[in-house]
Design a protein around this ligand. Structure first.
Ligand SMILES: [Zn+2]
Ligand SMILES: [Zn+2]
Length: 69
């Protein structure tokens, strides 16, 4: 699913950063990213920045270790 990133806030009014699962880069607000649940465990949301999407960088699920293109 393609989404425009928007910076969420936690319950304390602090902004949370969105970090690309592939390259660990902070994703700026307004960037178009792809966000989907891990195809293996479904418990982790994978976030890939525009650059990783274009380069088809692999990602690795931090929970189950599944990696995919
Ligand atoms: Zn990235
Ligand atoms: Zn997983």
């Amino acid at each position: 699913m393609l989404i425009f990133i928007d910076v969420p806030t936690n319950g304390y009014g602090e902004t949370m950063t969105n970090v690309c699962t592939s390259c660990s880069r902070d994703i700026p607000q307004g960037e178009i990213v792809v966000k989907f649940p891990c195809p293996s465990c479904g418990e982790v949301e994978i976030l890939r920045c525009a650059k990783c999407r274009r380069l088809s960088n692999p990602y690795r699920c931090p929970k189950c270790g599944f990696s995919g293109p």
